[in-house]
Design a protein around this ligand. Structure first.
Ligand code: ADP
Ligand code: MG
Length: 729
């Protein structure tokens, strides 16, 4: 066995269970102990400062410098009492992951001494050396520097010994360089649009916030095996590896008992999460071997997304303690399930009403239907943009594979809500209903809650499913920043709600009664958005054909998909809602193209190296062994016997030779393809060249390597195999 592989497997066999710290207190006793949350603010801030912060959180008011100074003092005192020595602004640049730069609290005191200090200025704003973060050219065009600014709506927390302050990250000219800034803008856009529409139903609604409940899927791989796989280390996925004889065929992993090592890891993660106020609720095995999921109780979307980024970071750190590595890649292993991050999304009013939850009376149910139908229309019209928000180099491997949502956007509503919409569509004839029809409709609308509670139909093949009181966007990738999807989803829904309001108001102007006007507009929307509704099997071949007939798009590659951002209708929408300006859209799309190019480039390089350094030499070694064997046979056997015994051996030698040559030829061709792509200046053309000219080689070369894996002596194979990566725990 290859030495590295042998050592790695030995190490795994000798693993001792890691002892974990078990909290003796109830979770409710220590939940949020490391968060500067409202109770702590109350204790550490003056009444004035406390009010300034809560006003900022609740009403979006700004906090002046004097108040910021007071808040900074309170935060510092609390943080130092809890072991913090440093502070950092923490933000979501347009990379995978978050960014932070720690500074100690110390400043010079008298006589060469130092004292701990932290000011409102430092809390409110900082200027990280930002030149190395992707901006898609925004900083070159405008101003080289960028700065971070405190987001008081997401509370500061202590991470190890650092007071961590969630911030936005923008250029000096105000362009967003991160995910959080446009997310906050999109949340605000939907707030305004939804609040206005709620006025038709309830005058007490003054604000609407977005909720997000994410479900984070991931793989846990033993660290020793991980390190023995340069492809996993450098790209997050296996670029080669033949399927194990057994993987998920028996469905024996999903929801089965959690392996002890994984369970301890999860307990450790939960423990940390609770201290940081992350309400992790659910843990279970996923479908693929060594694949798992964490899900919290849903929270306000901005906070929930911070918590998701934070938990991904915590999981990676804690995994090391347990000699694991976490894989967040959407498709680390060919042929078995990949990982997603379902986004459970809903809108909630300040009066505590979930707008996607059927109400108790016809009026609140009309409100419910209004929001469902508008969401439906938003997804229908924005299908290409939604796809662009989630399709990445890594997520393309997952989408459309037999276990993951297809790259065709569709909405599952369940039979009951679907029937309801059908009924509304038929009921409003000639734009006027008879009193009987109205009564019937109202009766039916009134019955929705019972129906939905009774209804058990669930559809796991839909990329966008209504699940009783929320929509679940299932196409989001496991490694993604949820904001990318949420910005687009909220923008589309805000935009649609605005159009809805304009249409309803126009009818009211013409003396149509309010309810009637709402019905009429909803009917139009129901008809227009019909193609996007699909309750059947999203994995089936028939659906691909049916969707094409309906005119739904099915774009599977990143470069084409990204073009949606620049389509005038979407661009104008972003501008109008003030979520992105022109250069922000341009910059963001540029960054996405760049990321795509880089990811394929890195994979291509890693594969080329491994093919040459890891695989070919071993194949040659084994081939030489066989040749030796044949030569010896010739000495021992008669010509007749030799023919009988050596023929298949010679065939094998030829087969190995064929794969080696193919690998070498394809490798050369791939490098040439890269060279020709690299000279292209324009990012879009370059990304397309990488997609169509370079990327296909990854699969082609892999096939030869995977064939060799089956042939070559297991004793010699240098890389941990799928069965070892996936079944050691
Ligand atoms: P599943 O059956 O799809 O695995 P779960 O019951 O585990 O779903 O819930 C998935 C996520 O949906 C959780 O984070 C949960 O808090 C969240 N969720 C539940 N209700 C809502 C809602 N109204 N809005 C947003 N998220 C919600
Ligand atoms: Mg779910």
């Amino acid at each position: 066995m290859g030495q590295v592989r042998f050592k790695a497997l030995t190490e795994v066999l000798n693993r001792k269970p890691v002892e974990i710290h078990r909290e003796e207190n109830l979770v409710s006793d220590y939940f949020g102990m490391l968060v500067f949350n409202q109770p702590k603010m109350k204790k550490y801030l003056s009444k004035e400062a406390y009010k300034a912060v809560t006003d900022a959180i609740e009403n979006g008011t700004t906090i002046n410098r004097k108040m910021a100074d007071q808040v900074a003092q309170g935060m510092k005192t609390w943080a130092i009492e809890n072991g913090a020595t440093h502070y950092t602004h923490w933000f979501h640049p347009l990379t995978d992951g978050t960014a932070e730069k720690h500074d100690a609290f110390i400043v010079h005191g008298a006589d060469g001494s130092v004292i701990e200090s932290f000011s409102g200025n430092l809390l409110a704003q900082q200027e990280p050396d930002a030149s190395s973060f992707p901006s898609g050219g925004i900083r070159q065009t405008f101003e080289a520097r960028g700065y971070t600014a405190w987001d008081p709506t997401s509370p500061a927390f202590i991470s190890e010994t650092t007071l961590t302050i969630p911030t936005i990250f923008i250029s000096y000219t105000g362009e967003a360089l991160d995910y959080k800034t446009p997310l906050l803008r999109a949340i605000s856009a939907v707030d305004k649009a939804a609040t206005a529409v709620c006025q038709y139903f309830d005058k007490n609604v003054t604000s609407v916030h977005t909720n997000l409940g994410w479900e984070q899927e991931y793989f846990l791989i033993d660290e020793a095996l991980f390190i023995a796989r340069p492809d996993l280390v450098l790209t997050g996925r296996t670029l080669m590896g033949h399927a194990a004889s057994k993987d998920q065929q028996l469905d024996d992993h999903y929801f089965s008992s959690i392996p002890t090592r994984a369970n301890r890891f999860m307990q450790d993660v939960e423990n940390e999460a609770y201290k940081l106020g992350i309400p992790l609720k659910t843990r279970h095995n996923e479908v693929a071997p060594n694949q798992f999921e964490f899900a919290p109780i849903y929270e306000e979307a901005n906070l929930a997304n911070d918590h998701n980024q934070l938990i991904m970071d915590i999981m990676q750190k804690i995994a090391r303690r347990h000699n694991f590595r976490v894989l967040f890649h959407e498709k680390p292993f060919k042929g078995i399930n990949g990982s997603g991050k379902h986004n459970n999304w809903s809108l909630e009013t300040n009066t505590g009403v979930n707008l996607f939850s059927p109400g108790k009376n016809p009026k609140s149910n009309l409100q419910f239907l209004t929001f469902v139908v508008n969401a439906l229309k938003a997804v229908h019209d924005g299908q290409d943009l939604l796809r662009a928000s989630i399709l990445t180099a890594s997520n393309t491997h997952r989408l459309g594979a037999n276990e993951a949502p297809p790259s065709i956007l569709s909405v599952f509503l369940g039979t009951e809500v679907s029937n309801m919409l059908d009924l509304m569509e038929e009921a409003v004839v000639d734009r006027k209903m008879t009193p009987d029809e109205k009564t019937a409709l109202k009766l039916n609308i009134g019955r929705i809650p019972e129906i939905i509670l009774d209804s058990t139909d669930r559809n796991r093949t839909s990329p966008f499913a209504f699940t009783g009181n929320r929509f679940e966007f299932r196409a989001v990738g496991s490694s993604a920043n949820n904001a990318s999807a949420l910005i687009v989803l909220n923008a589309l829904v805000a935009n649609q709600l605005q159009k809805f309001q304009v249409a309803v108001d126009a009818l009211i102007e013409k003396n149509v009664k309010k309810d009637e006007a709402i019905f009429q507009v909803l009917k139009d929307l129901i008809i227009q958005s019909k193609p996007i509704r699909f309750n059947g099997d999203g994995y089936s071949e028939d659906w691909v054909k049916e969707a094409a007939k309906r005119g739904l798009t099915n774009i599977k590659n990143v470069p084409d998909s990204l073009e949606a951002y620049n389509r005038p209708e979407f661009k104008n929408m972003f501008l109008k809602l003030e979520i992105f300006n022109d250069s922000e859209i341009h910059g963001r799309v540029e960054v996405e193209y760049e990321k795509f190019i880089m990811k394929i480039q890195i994979e291509s390089r890693v594969l080329a190296d491994m093919a040459l350094n890891h695989i070919v030499p071993i194949a040659i070694e084994y081939q030489t062994m066989l040749l030796e064997n044949v030569r010896n046979m010739k000495e021992v056997f008669t010509a007749e016997e030799f023919k009988e015994f050596a023929t298949n051996r010679i065939d094998l030698i030829k087969e190995i030779g064929m794969h080696i040559s193919a690998i070498k030829t394809l490798r050369k061709e791939m490098i040439e393809a890269r060279k020709s792509a690299n000279v292209i200046i324009d990012a879009v053309s370059k990304a397309k060249a990488y997609d169509t000219l370079v990327k296909p080689y990854l699969e082609e070369i892999r096939e030869h390597i995977d064939k060799l894996e089956l042939i070559v002596d297991d004793e010699k194979w240098p890389l941990p195999k799928y069965r070892e990566l996936l079944f050691t725990r």
